[in-house]
Design a protein around this ligand. Structure first.
Ligand code: ADP
Length: 566
C-alpha cells in the first residue's frame, strides 16, 4: 500500500529525524561530501545497518529498498533510451557526406580529390591506406573534406568521343558543342586498355577521368566508297579539268623533292565546280585511283585509297553540334587512315549546302559554326601527308570565301558541260568495243552526237530571257552531260536486248536507231532535268550568271501553251 507522500526533511533536521532510530546521526558517521556521493540505495543500506538487530523497521527498510531499486532500474533504462535517441538525432542533424572522385595520391595521408568540379587535397582517414584508392574511384568525404571511405566506380556519367591519344596515355576530347577541347586522364580501369581515336568513353560525374569504353562510336561509314578501276581515259570531254587536277595533286605527290626545293605551295585539296552530271564525282574518284597507281608505279609501295564521299545535306543536322561532330569525325577518320598508310580523300558533294555563305534560313546557325570549324580542320591538314579534300558544287558562287582562301581549298577547277567533241568522246567511252555494235563505235558515236547537238526545233529544250531583253533557245546539246550520255547508251542497250528477245535474234546488235530512239526517249522522260519550271532550279544546270537572267525554264511549257491554243 502506498504511503502518503511525506514532505522532504530539510538536511539540517536530518540528524534529528534519525535520532529515534539510532544513537548516532548519519552526519556524524560520514562527512557530508561523502554522504552526498552515496546513492539512495546506499543511504537506505547505511540507515538499515544502523538499526539494531531485529528492529521492527528492518522489514520496512527492505521493502523501501526494493522500491527504490526498481525505480532506479527504470531510470537507468530511460536514460539509456534517451542517450540513444540523442545520438540518433545528432547523426540526423550532421551535414551530408560529399562524394568526390579520387584523382591521385599526394602523400601518405593526403589525396587529390575532385569534389563538385573543384580540386582539393584532402586528408585521408588513417584507417584507409591511400595506396588502396584507385584513380577514378569515388570517395566519401566528411564535413572537413577528409576522405573517410572509399566507394566503387561511378555507374553513370557523360559520354564523349576520344579525339586523340596523347603519348602519355591521356585522352584529348573534342567537345561536341564545338566550344573547347579538354584533356582527360584514364581511370585505373582503363589504364591498360587499348584505345583509339573515335571511341566513345564514359566519364565520372566530375568529367575528369575516363571510366569505361562505351563503344567504338558510330561513324559516317556509309559514305565510304570503293574506287573501281577508273583510269583518266574513262572520263571524256574533260581534258582541261583532268590536266588541272593532275597538275594540282599528282605532280606534288610524285615530285615531292622538287616542290620542296622550289618551296612551291602544295594544295590541300580543290574545288570542282560545274553543272550536275558532268563528272565531278567521277573526277574525284579518278584522282584517287590514278594517284594510287602512279605512286605504286613510282615507289613500288601500294597505298590503298580511302575515299569518303558525303553529300553536304547529309551532314546538316538540326541537333546543336551534331553537324560539327560529323565533319570533325570525317576529318578524324581520314587522318587516322592516312596515318595507317592510306591515301585518304574526303569528297564533299553539294558543298555549298554546308560551306555556303551565311545566308538566312533554317540552317543559318549551323552554317555559322560549320564554316569556321571546317577552316580549322583544313588548317590542321599537312599537304601530301594527310588528307586530300575535294569539294564539289554546282553553285560555287555560294561557297563561303573563307573556305577558298589560299592554304585551304585554293584550286578551283571548272567541270564544264561537254561540247560536241567532248560528248562524242564520252559516247565512245560507253560504246565499248566489247559490245555487239552494229557499226564501228566511232561512226555510231558521231551519228548520235550529231543528233544530240543538232540545232533543230525538235531539239529546242529550254528558253532563257536575259535582263538585257535578249532571248535564247537552248538545245539539247547545250545541256548535254556525261550522265545523260551514259543514260542514253544504257537505254539503247535495253532497247537492243528487248528487240533481241522479241525476234529471238541469234546475232543481237546495238544499232544507230537504238541510240537515236534512246536519245529521244531520254529527253522526253526528262528524268535528269528539274521537274519544276523554277528559274532557280534550271540555273543550276547552266553557266549563266544568275544576275543576268530574268527567266530560265523548259520549252515544254511554251509548247504545251501553244498546243492548248490550237
Ligand atoms: P557530278 O558529280 O558532276 O554530278 P557524276 O560524276 O556523278 O556527276 O556523273 C554521273 C555519271 O555520269 C557518272 O557516274 C558517269 O557514269 C557519267 N559521267 C559524267 N561525266 C562523265 C564524263 N565526263 N565521262 C564519262 N562519264 C561521265
Amino acid at each position: 500500500m502506498a504511503e502518503p507522500k511525506k514532505k522532504p526533511v530539510p538536511r539540517e533536521d536530518q540528524a534529528a529525524a534519525d535520532t529515534p532510530l539510532s544513537s548516532t546521526p548519519l552526519a556524524d558517521l560520514l562527512p557530508r561530501e561523502q554522504l552526498e556521493e552515496l546513492s539512495t540505495l546506499q543511504l537506505v543500506d547505511l540507515i538499515t545497518s544502523k538499526l539494531p538487530p531485529r528492529h521492527a523497521s528492518i522489514f520496512d527498510m527492505v521493502y523501501l529498498r526494493e522500491r527504490i531499486a526498481a525505480l532506479e532500474e527504470m531510470n537507468d533504462q530511460a536514460r539509456a533510451a534517451l542517450e540513444k535517441m540523442d545520438a540518433i538525432i545528432e547523426k540526423l542533424r550532421a551535414p551530408a557526406f560529399r562524394i568526390g572522385t579520387f584523382l591521385a595520391p599526394v602523400d601518405r595521408d593526403k589525396a587529390h580529390v575532385c569534389l563538385g568540379g573543384t580540386d582539393y587535397v584532402c586528408r585521408v582517414d588513417p584507417a584507409i591506406p591511400v595506396a588502396s584508392l584507385q584513380a577514378g574511384q569515388r570517395v566519401l568525404c566528411n564535413e572537413a573534406f577528409a576522405v573517410v571511405q572509399g566507394l566503387g566506380f561511378d555507374r553513370n556519367g557523360p559520354i564523349v568521343r576520344v579525339d586523340e591519344l596523347l603519348s602519355d596515355g591521356r585522352l584529348r576530347i573534342g567537345q561536341e558543342a564545338g566550344v573547347t577541347n579538354f584533356i582527360l586522364q584514364r581511370s585505373a580501369l582503363l589504364a591498360k586498355e587499348k584505345m583509339k581515336p573515335g571511341m566513345e568513353v564514359r566519364l565520372d560525374v566530375n568529367q575528369r577521368v575516363a571510366l569505361e569504353i562505351i563503344g567504338v562510336g558510330k561513324r559516317v561509314d556509309r559514305s565510304l566508297e570503293t574506287v573501281s578501276e577508273l583510269p583518266w581515259s574513262a572520263i571524256g570531254g574533260q581534258d582541261e579539268a583532268v590536266r588541272a587536277i593532275r597538275d594540282a595533286i599528282e605532280l606534288p605527290f610524285l615530285h615531292r623533292e622538287l616542290f620542296k626545293k622550289f618551296e612551291h605551295s602544295v594544295p590541300k585539296g580543290f574545288l570542282l565546280h560545274g553543272p550536275p552530271g558532268c563528272g565531278k564525282t567521277l573526277l574525284g574518284k579518278a584522282t584517287a585511283y590514278n594517284l594510287r597507281q602512279q605512286i605504286q608505279a613510282q615507289t613500288g609501295v601500294d597505298h590503298p585509297e580511302f575515299f569518303l564521299h558525303i553529300k553536304g545535306p547529309e551532314v546538316l543536322n538540326m541537333w546543336v553540334g551534331e553537324s560539327e561532330r560529323q565533319v570533325r569525325d570525317l576529318f578524324a577518320q581520314c587522318r587516322e587512315r592516312a596515318r595507317d598508310g592510306a591515301l585518304a580523300f574526303l569528297f564533299i558533294d553539294e558543298a555549298e549546302s554546308i560551306l555556303g555563305t551565311r545566308r538566312g534560313g533554317r540552317f543559318n546557325s549551323i552554317l555559322s559554326t560549320l564554316v569556321p570549324m571546317f577552316c580549322t580542320e583544313m588548317d590542321g591538314i599537312e599537304p601530301l601527308t594527310n588528307v586530300v579534300v575535294i569539294l564539289a558544287s554546282n553553285r560555287a558562287d555560294l561557297i563561303d570565301p573563307a573556305i577558298l582562301r589560299p592554304g585551304r581549298i585554293d584550286r578551283k577547277i571548272r567541270v564544264k558541260r561537254p561540247d560536241q567533241a567532248g560528248a562524242q568522246a564520252i559516247y565512245e567511252i560507253y560504246l565499248r568495243d566489247s559490245l555487239p555494235l552494229a557499226e564501228p563505235k566511232a561512226d555510231l558515236a558521231r551519228a548520235v552526237t550529231e543528233a544530240h547537238f543538232a540545232r533543230t526545233p525538235d531539239n529546242e529544250f529550254a528558253e532563257v530571257n536575259f535582263r538585257s531583253g535578249r532571248r535564247e533557245l537552248l538545245c539539247r546539246g547545250d545541256l548535254a552531260s556525261g550522265a545523260i550520255i551514259a543514260a542514253v547508251v544504257e537505254r539503247a542497250k535495253s532497247l537492243a536486248i528487248r528487240r533481241a528477245i522479241a525476234t529471238q535474234a541469234t546475232d543481237p546488235q546495238l544499232t544507230r536507231t537504238d541510240l537515236l530512239t534512246a536519245l529521244r526517249l531520254e529527253h522526253e522522260e526528262n528524268d535528269l532535268f528539274p521537274s519544276t519550271d523554277l528559274t532557280e532550279d534550271w540555273l543550276k544546270l547552266t553557266d549563266f550568271d544568275p544576275e543576268n537572267v530574268v527567266k530560265l525554264g523548259p520549252v515544254r511549257a511554251r509548247k504545251t501553251e501553244r498546243s492548248g491554243v490550237v
